[in-house]
Design a protein around this ligand. Structure first.
Ligand SMILES: CC(C)(COP(=O)(O)OP(=O)(O)OC[C@H]1O[C@@H](n2cnc3c(N)ncnc32)[C@H](O)[C@@H]1OP(=O)(O)O)[C@@H](O)C(=O)NCCC(=O)NCCS
Length: 146
């Protein structure tokens, strides 16, 4: 499994994973738009031509938001999401970002365990932030020295 920056050949599979993993997915057009977005930094985990997972982020003035992360059900619990986030943070550090902030559904225990393992701390909560179904978001952040 290789971790590399998302390119045009990955977009369709990333959009399919969005549909598979989220109730309010990004469209293929929105994912493709990130290739033109100078603030965006997206990584994929690929085995040959197959995209097994991805993480997307956007950085403004040295502060990064994680837009989304997902791993195909066939590839879960093999450390892929962890590798994606570790590589993302390494790349962000090299770009001069100081922190990574994200929102996670209050009921999403697997993702919360992942972020806890990677050293994220809860800094807030947004009531009823998500739709389909309506749910609070926990706001988590990881900071580092650059
Ligand atoms: C959350 C998600 C990305 C995790 O991907 P993954 O590749 O299976 O995660 P990893 O194998 O890298 O797991 C790393 C750690 O996360 C935690 N974790 C991951 N899945 C877990 C689960 N189902 N239950 C409990 N802990 C879990 C564990 O601490 C794990 O470390 P361990 O294996 O040493 O116990 C994946 O379940 C997914 O795509 N979910 C649907 C999309 C989603 O919810 N994205 C997050 C949006 S905020």
């Amino acid at each position: 499994m290789t971790i590399l920056e998302m390119n045009a050949s990955h977009v369709a599979q990333v959009a399919q994973l969005e549909k598979l993993c989220f109730s309010d997915p990004w469209s293929e057009k929105s994912v493709a738009g990130e290739l033109e977005n100078k603030l965006a930094y997206w990584l994929v985990a690929a085995e040959g031509d197959r995209v097994a997972g991805y993480v997307g982020s956007q950085t403004v003035l040295g502060e990064t938001d994680m837009m989304n992360i997902a791993v195909h059900p066939d590839y879960r619990r093999q450390g892929l999401a962890e590798r994606l986030v570790v590589e993302l943070v390494a790349g962000l550090k090299a770009q001069g970002s100081r922190c990574l902030t994200l929102e996670v559904r209050a009921s999403n225990t697997p993702a919360q365990k992942l972020y806890e393992k990677l050293g994220f701390c809860q800094i807030g909560r947004r009531p009823k932030y998500y739709r389909n179904p309506r749910e609070d978001a926990l706001i988590l952040r990881k900071e580092w020295e650059i």
